[in-house]
Design a binder for this molecule. Structure first.
Ligand SMILES: [Zn+2]
Length: 479
């Protein structure tokens, strides 16, 4: 079964077909670097990491673009409040974002265009929209997009239905500061913009880009440069970006290019705390660095997030996190156990059972992720494998070929889920000592001094080091 993804454009599960396989162009809306990103933001980035990794495992050649919003209302306000220039204020948050991504093992995008460094592309896009007549200069000197000139407006967010259903909510939306129907492409420079260095010259007046414009300009610019196309295969982000951000991105991009902006729109649900969306506005947020400082292993965070489908809200609480920590630990122990299976021949009684289980794991894992990235089901397959494989290992019925199959299956699963505990940093003195002792034992064995070899094994064991002789040399682990 091919990969199917839920496309917000059609509200349907669709077989995934990129424009020019095996290439997949992927754009994900990046962080606004006015402050630290909280783990609600990282739930979105982790869902995108799952998508990216699974596309790559499926053989696609992914070109992943993630922008950094380093100029918008919030960054300007925060920089001014701190009495700093824009780049001076955002630099530590950019660095923190990358450090947090590393901590959470998020695969790096191929490019991270920054809004402040992409202004020429934005100016060109605004000019293109002015030239085609869908944009106009307002009386206040800003440039606006006239959505009446773009009949498809509202298709992604199904705005008509939305307005009838939740009309009141649109007005209270944080983005809907002005009339939500026409939105700013280019905002005339205000004194605060000049003060923090957030103003640029343009043929249509000195000013700065609107947030929605930034993503359209940067994504089109990047995929144009890399792949000479004006249509993304996948555009992803949090569900809160559907309206107006992504709706406006579509309007700007399609009005300029006359081509579909993105073939598939994927949206991840919120992370809640006690039923309320985690948000800086509600003050109920936790940052990735909070978790790291609490000693939480990234494996636990990833596993916790995978256990809920990306289109379902997830409630974050200490019990769930503790449960995920425990489960990740068990996975780590199991992984070590498989890695350590004896090198003897497969015994007749259990021949091939572990290999069969491994094969089933691979099939179930792929079937789950092919089904709109059903990570909870993929985790279920993994834990089922762990249970039945442990039973096999208890019977001591597995041989080296079984072990290799199991290791390969686990490696494939981990290339996407990546939920093994971070290895403990071993003391380098201990490592050197163990290696010296193993070398001495090898020498003793070669000299057929088995008494000495056994003595060294016991000496290692006394310090908690277990060894195993395999065709590729002696393996060891700390138990
Ligand atoms: Zn965006």
């Amino acid at each position: 079964m091919p990969l199917s993804l839920h496309n917000t454009l059609t509200r349907r599960l669709e077989p995934f077909q990129p424009l020019a396989p095996p290439r997949v162009t992927l754009y994900t809306c990046g962080p606004t670097v006015w402050n630290y990103a909280h783990i609600g933001n990282f739930r979105t980035f982790l869902f995108e990491d799952l998508l990216r990794r699974y596309l790559e495992l499926s053989g696609y050649d992914v070109f992943h673009v993630m922008n950094l919003t380093d100029v918008d209302d919030r960054t300007i306000k925060a920089a001014a409040a701190a009495g700093k220039r824009l780049e001076e204020h955002t630099a530590p948050f950019v660095a923190a974002f990358f450090a947090d991504c590393d901590y959470l093992r998020i695969r790096k995008a191929h490019v991270y265009p920054r809004a402040t460094q992409s202004v020429p592309a934005m100016v060109r896009l605004v000019q293109r929209l002015l030239d085609t007549g869908v944009a106009y200069r307002g009386e206040d000197g800003s440039v606006y997009f006239a959505i009446t000139k773009f009949p498809n407006y509202g298709r992604l967010s199904q705005l008509d239905r939305r307005e009838i259903k939740v009309g009141a909510r649109v007005a209270s939306d944080e983005y809907a500061k002005d009339d939500p129907r026409d939105f700013a492409l280019w905002k005339k420079a205000e004194p605060i913009d000049e003060q923090v260095g957030a103003a640029w010259d343009a043929p249509f007046g000195r000013g700065r880009p609107g947030w929605h414009l930034e993503c359209s300009a940067m994504s089109l610019d990047q995929i144009g440069q890399c792949c000479r196309v004006e249509t993304l295969d996948i555009h992803a982000g949090g569900v809160d970006l559907i309206f107006p951000h992504h709706e406006d991105e579509i309007a700007q991009s399609e009005a300029a290019t006359g081509k579909p902006f993105a073939r598939y729109w994927l949206h991840g649900e919120f992370l809640n705390v006690g039923g309320t969306k985690m948000s800086k506005r509600f003050g109920n947020f936790l940052t990735a660095r909070d978790l790291r400082e609490q000693g939480v292993d990234a494996a636990a965070v990833r596993l916790l997030f995978w256990q809920t489908h990306y289109r379902q809200p997830l409630d974050f609480n200490d019990d769930a996190l503790a449960g995920a920590q425990e489960a990740a630990k068990r996975l780590g122990e199991f992984h070590e156990r498989v890695r350590f299976v004896g090198s003897g021949p497969t015994r007749a009684r259990g021949r091939g059972t572990l290999a069969q289980l491994a094969q089933r794991l691979q099939a179930d894992f792929r079937a789950a992720l092919d089904d709109d990235l059903n990570a909870p089901r993929a985790c279920g397959a993994l834990f089922e494998f762990m249970r039945s494989a442990n039973r096999e290992l208890d019977r001591e019925a597995a041989g080296s070929e079984d072990a290799q199959r199991a290791q390969a299956a686990l490696a494939e699963v981990m290339s996407v889920l990546d939920v093994l505990p971070t290895p403990k940093q071993l003391d380098s003195g201990l490592v050197a000592w163990v290696e010296e002792r193993i070398a001495a034992r090898d020498k003793a064995r070669k000299a057929k001094d088995f008494k000495e070899a056994d003595r060294i094994r016991a000496e290692l064991k006394a310090r908690g080091v277990e060894i195993e002789d395999t065709p590729s040399g002696t393996k060891w682990r700390v138990v």
